[in-house]
Design a protein around this ligand. Sequence first.
Ligand code: KIV
Length: 284
Amino acid sequence: MSTPSRIKRITAPELAARKGGEPIAVLTAYTAPMAQFLDEHVDCLLVGDSLGMVVYGFDTTLPVTLDMMINHGAAVVRGSERACVIVDMPFGSYQESAEQAYRNAARMMQETGCDGVKLEAGVAMASTIEFLAQRGIPVMGHIGLMPQSVNTYGGFRVQGKDTTVARQVIDDARAVADAGAFSIVVEGVMEPVAREITQIVAVPTIGIGASVECDGQVLVTEDLVGMFSDFTPKFVKRYAELGDELGKAAAAYAEDVRARRFPSAEYCFGAPKTDGAEVRQLKP
Ligand code: KIV
């Protein structure tokens, strides 16, 4: 019998209970090693379909498939033990009907071991959220700028600048919360709109390009550490420049290879050391 893990994962209901309390820190993770680095520091790891752009180099999130999300979701679950893992349902995997959404979300939960799924959803998807939530699937909603709808917006645009759209986003938030979502990502909306939503709904709001008044915040990790692109959206604070560090490391390595400085004896098996002694092989 295996020893039960001493560390208990944070659950979706525990995150929901943080409404109005200690802010919830969320970062994206797409791989097991990244999940390992982030796990002890954040409350929730989001396997976002942003991986289509960040990892696969697509222009939008639309080409991302359910199988891609399942593979990355399972890797993040394997690489973490404490954070609540939520996986995005990709474009086309849940919009057709509540039954389609349930079938695919259940597959996501079974094959990844994740703690819940995220849907880009407003009023139009509220009945689907209700269907899932009442059947054992914790759902994180996502309103405001919904990247899977980029073609209907005609580009990635901040939502809620005019009052009609602001009202729609607020209606979306109400509908998603009433349908049983345990929390709601509020993306790319005007600050006063995000603040109002946070005051109105009974579940935690997780802001991205929204408001410091949200109950939590999420960023794409590669944006946070300067590893995605030269363009940094206004809402991203870069906490490190790992892309630059990676470039420096690659340049130093290539220089060593070209000068035959790497691999020196200490990185070889059985190579004579400069003092004549032989480096012992670890395995014969
Ligand atoms: O796909 C994603 O990473 C997301 C977050 C940016 C909220 O939806």
